[in-house]
Design a protein around this ligand. Structure first.
Ligand code: PGA
Length: 250
């Protein structure tokens, strides 16, 4: 079985101005050799400054969204090439907040992920069910459908990471049971292997939704969990540092 590099990814969402760069400095000071890959996805306005701050370290910087086109008349949008130019190596695509707030469909997410790949970025493609879908037993069907629709045909383990984020667990403090996480991650792994073979086996699967230092170790021990996509707890160096340490030890 291939060893999948562990990844702790922080999603700052619409939080952070220049003052927040001190959190990155603290993180770098506390984890000079983090023991796993560490990625922070700040708002687009901070990508370049954070990339400069992270220069010479192992810390990776990413965007939170990109447009599907290379350039053009799309006021307010940012292209994947622009993120790469600013120093990003990754970009989150299809986060449930983008799907909800901006009506992004699986086809949109696939196009954005293809644009990320074309710009040389690693796409972190997000999927996840609502509480209503879980309660009606549709979790695997919904997540499987999103996976099939959102992940591009040319995805490889080198250019794609999949994040399973149950919508009801995001920012709520509610976390699925370890059995529920395992059920989804095992199913996603089987689907990726069926579609992509060895590349599907080697593709990282992150869990996201209310990951904290206190629950990180048990989540990282679940089969087919290769790291986490962390929102709220990634904003403070002390909290994200605890999650990084748990992942490094997993
Ligand atoms: P949360 O967010 O860790 O604050 O629940 C996770 C995410 O939306 O990626």
């Amino acid at each position: 079985m291939p060893t999948r590099p562990k990844l702790a990814a922080g999603n700052w969402k619409m939080n952070g101005t220049a003052a927040a760069l001190s959190e990155v400095a603290q993180l770098l000071a506390a984890h000079p050799e983090p023991g796993c890959q560490v990625l922070i996805c700040p708002p687009a306005t901070l990508v370049h400054r954070m990339a400069v701050a992270a220069e010479g370290s192992d810390m990776l910087i990413g965007g939170q969204d990109c447009h599907g086109a290379v350039s053009g008349a799309h006021t307010g949008d940012v292209s994947a090439a622009m993120l790469a130019d600013a120093g990003a190596s990754h970009v989150i695509t299809g986060h449930s907040e983008r799907r909800a707030d901006h009506g992004e469909t699986d086809a949109d997410v696939r196009t954005k992920s293809e644009a990320a790949h074309a710009a040389g970025l690693i796409a972190i493609i997000c999927i996840g069910e609502t509480l209503a879908q879980r309660e009606t037993g549709e979790t695997l069907t919904v997540c499987g459908g999103q996976l099939d629709g959102s992940v591009p045909e040319a995805a490889t383990a080198a250019n794609t990471v999949v994040a399973y984020e149950p919508i009801w667990a995001i920012g709520t403090g509610k976390v699925p049971t370890l059995e529920q996480i395992a059920e989804v991650h095992d199913d996603l792994r089987a689907r990726l292997v069926a579609r992509f073979g060895d590349e599907g086996e080697a593709m990282r699967l992150l869990y996201g939704g209310s990951v904290k230092p206190a629950n990180a170790s048990e989540i990282f021990a679940v089969s087919n969990v290769d790291g986490a996509l962390v929102g709220g707890a990634s904003l403070k160096a002390a909290d994200f540092g605890g999650i990084i340490a748990a992942l490094a030890d997993a």
